[in-house]
Design a protein around this ligand. Structure first.
Ligand code: 0X9
Ligand code: ZN
Length: 314
């Protein structure tokens, strides 16, 4: 199946069928992997892409999307990135030679489906909580690094940032954890796609202080923001999530840096659109994903620069 990324939003089933079709078209370069299942037993798949030179265990760039169900533009961008990397080979040759790209377009598969069929602005997953009145946990508060602090997440199932009963008590956050840990000995860049707000948010979310590699991360975010500004006049703010947006505990980027050894981890809040910000018109998809890809590509190139500088030092 062919997916016209800029012409529509797609369901989880359509996206999985598309992912499954790619290794036939790009047998040397694309591989589908499944790290687990959603609560409602949907297969959670990802695609790995490189230049097909057969070199094992390259450094990894891991991109996920739709940890929050209603943020539909994020999977659209993930699919657009996949198509750029597979179809525009010449333009991305060096990045594909140097990295294994790992792309997971839909983390919160049940919530994402629910937002298509029942409730457009659903955020959390669909696993019942102890409270029969309230379904769903905020997957981006369920990660096991500094989980359960008084600030940055809620212990109340009726809250949109409900953190769960325990860290990683949700199958979908377990899958992202397992992907992060699987690549933790070579994780150069973890990028989590969300919407909305035009932010590049860096760890930490759980405290006002900064991780040791914060300046490197700022350099990467700066490259992304400047590339977008130059290409389209798009304006991104960047800095720690705690200072720029609000505090979060148990989010995936804090876990990536705090536990999974990510050199750079960024939450990219894509532009708003539509009625409530989460629902851009179809006619706006193309502008958003092309602009965002400019930023993602610039950030990857900056990560590559940092990696090369480190390799020289050794
Ligand atoms: O609240 C979130 O999980 C993210 N924003 S969203 O509007 N997409 O829900 C932001 C998480 C990034 N971390 C911090 N802001 N600290
Ligand atoms: Zn989000």
């Amino acid at each position: 199946p062919f997916i016209d990324v800029i012409g529509a939003f797609y369901t989880h089933t359509e996206i999985n069928e598309y992912l499954d079709s790619l290794p036939q078209r790009y047998p040397q370069r694309a591989l589908v992997k499944q790290f687990g299942w959603s609560y409602e037993r949907r297969p959670l798949k990802l695609l790995t892409i490189n230049n097909g030179d057969g070199r094992a265990n390259k450094p990894v760039i891991f991109i996920d999307a739709a940890m929050h169900a209603r943020e539909w533009i994020a999977p659209s961008l993930a699919l657009y990135i996949i198509q750029q990397l597979l179809d525009n080979y010449a333009e991305n040759e060096q990045l594909l030679k140097d990295y294994d790209w790992v792309i997971m377009p839909v983390v919160n598969a049940d919530g994402y489906e629910f937002s298509h069929t029942d409730s457009r602005y659903w955020r959390k997953n669909r696993k019942p909580t102890w409270d029969p009145e309230n379904i769903g946990t905020d997957l981006n508060r369920n990660f096991g690094y500094m989980w359960g602090l008084d600030e940055g997440a809620s212990p109340d199932p009726s809250n949109e940032t409900y953190r769960g009963e325990h860290a990683f008590d949700q199958p979908e956050s377990q899958v992202v954890r397992d992907v992060l840990l699987h690549y933790s000995d070579r994780l150069s860049f973890y990028l989590s796609l969300h919407s909305y707000g035009n932010y590049l948010l860096l760890p930490w979310g759980h405290t006002s202080s900064f991780p040791s590699n914060y300046l490197d991360m700022m350099q990467v975010a700066d490259a992304g923001a400047m590339a977008i500004l130059q290409a389209t006049n798009g304006i991104y703010s960047y800095g720690s999530g705690y200072h720029l947006m609000y505090s979060t505990s148990g989010d995936s980027t804090d876990y990536a840096v705090g536990v999974a050894n990510a050199t750079v981890a960024i939450t990219m809040e894509l532009p708003a659109g539509g009625f409530l910000g989460f629902d851009p018109w179809i006619s706006h998809i193309e502008g958003i994903v092309t602009e965002s890809w400019v930023g993602v590509r610039a950030m990857a190139l900056e990560v590559e620069k940092l990696d090369q500088a480190k390799a020289k030092k050794k």
